[in-house]
Write a protein that binds this ligand. Sequence first.
Ligand code: AOF
Ligand code: ZN
Length: 391
Amino acid sequence: MNATEHMIRRAIRLAMTGRGRVEPNPMVGCVLARDGRVIGEGYHTHFGGPHAEPQALADCMARGESPAGATAYVTLEPCCHVRKKTPPCAPRLIEAKIAKVVLGCLDPNPAVNGNGVAMLRAAGIDVSRVDPALEAECKQLIAPFLLRTCCRRPYVTLKWAETADGKIAGPGGSRLQITGEPANQLVHLLRSRSDAIMVGVNTVLADDPQLTARGVEHSRLHTRIILDSKLRAPANARIFLASGEKERTIIFHSPAAAANPPADERISRLLNAGAQLILRGENPNDRLSLTDVFEHSLLSDLSDLMVEPGPAVAQSFFESGLAHRLWIFRSARRVNDDSAPSAIKVPSEYVVTGHMKIGDDVLTEYLDTKSDAFFAAVPSADFVLAAEALM
Ligand code: AOF
Ligand code: ZN
């Protein structure tokens, strides 16, 4: 690994520390070095908080070092725009007399996008870009931010658990606890870093889940979404228990359900339970069209969406190409019963980016190589952080 790669990788790892708190901003890391020696480092810690570059400059000063003449390795182009939450970073690097900036990738934000580089160069700073493979890793780090900027869609993670014989429930579809406690805790952590969680109504009917993030320090999960074309979700389901001022449960349903008279009764019960109902179209298979659902402004406002699908919902996501990442937990136990429902096969466009043993289960992460949020087959921040926590 050459020196640039080493420093940028260090900056990538630092950036990951902000995961779950910086969104919808990107994770960003910065390392200041002179003659191959690190003299300061920092990362964007939380939304509205200081950016990576001022954090690294402050760290440099705290170490009694001078940034003058040093090289700044940043995973993202330093910002140069104003009228936002924090002062711009490019002028800070110029004032600090940084000599060289090595850049992971450009900021897709139209207010920056090349303007940060131009500002640095105009001040006489030597700006260079990393090679394309490393640039792809820097882009993968901020895939949700890139996707939001280009396409106004959330980064979608599908998570499910299956047994060693590929079953997702017990005989006849009976409820079955597949994963152990360490895997369950990790799922709650992943939920806590999502803006919203989505399930199909069959999961509500079969498992009656609460779909909240429990046992975590910090959570930004306040929205639960049910795909329920025929409005079959019972108003006394546990998913509605968390409804409140900040917490919301949204049901996407189809026109047929709303037009049918008995549905009126169900609608008023669901509204009383605190649900918000959103009418969408239906596709020819009698299912909600995911493309329609994702066009709703509610979805385009999200940055991370976690889906805990049964096989039918997973299939719809695969067909519409809307799932960017898969987290599949596989347990060692077997059901050995043909009446138990099976998990769906992972389509061939998904590439494995890591395996991790967690308790008695194995987590495999996959990324969709065909999606517009795929740049490099590297483990996500969530995967890296979880693997480190287990060491
Ligand atoms: C950087 N370094 O560490 C980050 C950057 O509202 P603000 O002030 O936090 O600005 C957010 C925008 O700044 C964000 O949309 C993105 O363009 C850029 N993020 N830039 O130089 C950082 N987090
Ligand atoms: Zn900045």
